[in-house]
Ligand binder design. Structure first.
Ligand SMILES: [Zn+2]
Length: 67
């Protein structure tokens, strides 16, 4: 895969993740595109760990940058 295409794909998935997180933050139910399980936000993490949103099966896993 050439680099330009790779960067384009990466930017697109980054934007998808951002809009997904916005929906979750608003309290909307978001389903994983792979397993159709609800994606849940987990902010109860230890110090030094990142908050994350993930589905029950773990095929969707998004780390949140809240530094
Ligand atoms: Zn999933």
């Amino acid at each position: 895969m050439d680099l330009a295409q790779f960067n384009k794909l990466r930017a697109r998935s980054f934007n998808e993740q951002k809009s997904l997180l916005k929906k979750i933050a608003k309290g909307q139910t978001v389903l994983c595109s792979k397993c159709d399980q609800v994606i849940q936000l987990n902010v109860a993490v230890k110090e030094g760990e990142k908050a994350y949103a993930k589905c029950q099966k773990g095929c969707t896993y998004i780390e949140l940058d809240m530094a």
